[in-house]
Write a protein that binds this ligand. Structure first.
Ligand SMILES: *[C@@H]1O[C@H](CO)[C@@H](O)[C@H](O)[C@H]1NC(C)=O
Ligand SMILES: *[C@@H]1O[C@H](CO)[C@@H](O)[C@H](O)[C@H]1NC(C)=O
Length: 247
């Protein structure tokens, strides 16, 4: 512990980014000269919530862990209750928009939290989840985005947008989000559901095809940032895009 602190101090002195202290009592502030004055102060409750979500983000998907296997099976059952899954490695996964027969290789960008996000979505908004999974709404492109790959991408985008890997948020959207998170520990998962639905809405509005996926994600992020900064929004349920979701 003491060695860790010294090491942390040494790194700060050397001017490199140092990130320590999740779970330790020492929190070593990330110091790059350009951003040191641009962090937002947090309440103790917000700081604890940030650390809790950082611990979630740090968990990679690990197919040797039973809990992870169970979660993946649960996702299948939530998605296709009428169809039996033949194995954790199976061609069937492609029906859900995974790239191959083993979803664990697609989790790299998002980690276990992206599986948790999927499950939260399927359980809390089963109607919207099914409509998106089965592409039941709107005039769809011939070259559709793959549902599961897009979901992992959304988790990843949100972590970047909210700057959740920094010791303290360095942008206003990230700081604002921590207020919602301190009010409700499911705020990240709920924002994921809103984002997925909003992304599909933009996709249809832009009459996009898979080549446009990154442009759609960019537009989704822009819209989300705008909504999160609307004054008087006390809960994520008050975001305009929340209305797109149905249970
Ligand atoms: C997903 O995210 C990565 C990283 O931002 C990006 O390179 C990729 O093109 C995105 N799109 C999909 C659907 O994989
Ligand atoms: C937190 O948000 C979720 C998702 O909207 C909701 O189901 C839950 O009831 C909320 N919890 C509290 C304590 O408000």
């Amino acid at each position: 512990m003491f060695a860790a602190i010294l090491n942390c101090i040494a790194e700060v002195v050397a001017g490199s980014a140092a990130w320590l202290g999740r779970g330790l009592s020492c929190v070593c502030v990330q110091r790059r000269d350009s951003d040191v004055s641009n962090t937002f102060d947090l309440t103790l409750a917000q700081e604890e919530c940030l650390q809790r979500i950082q611990r979630r983000i740090d968990v990679p998907y690990d197919s040797s862990i039973i809990e992870h296997q169970d979660a993946l099976r649960a996702l299948w059952n939530a998605a296709f209750p009428e169809e039996e899954l033949h194995g954790l490695i199976s061609e069937q996964w492609k029906e859900m928009g995974w790239q191959g027969k083993d979803p664990s290789t697609d989790f790299r960008g998002g980690g276990f939290i992206s599986l948790e996000n999927f499950l939260f979505f399927a359980r809390n908004f089963p109607k919207s989840f099914q409509v998106l999974l089965r592409k039941q709404e709107g005039d769809r492109s011939v070259w559709e985005y793959p549902f599961a790959v897009a979901g992992v991408n959304i988790t990843y985008m949100l972590i970047q947008m909210l700057d959740l890997e920094a010791v303290k948020p360095r942008n206003l959207v990230g700081a604002t989000f921590l207020k919602f998170l301190a009010e409700n520990g499911s705020a990240f998962d709920l924002l994921y559901c809103i984002t997925f639905k909003l992304m599909d809405h933009q996709w249809l509005t832009m009459r996009a095809s898979y080549m446009d996926f990154n442009a759609v994600m960019k537009e989704t992020r822009r819209q989300l940032e705008k909504e999160l900064l609307i004054e008087d929004i006390a809960r994520l349920e008050d975001l305009p895009s929340y209305k797109l979701l149905s249970r």
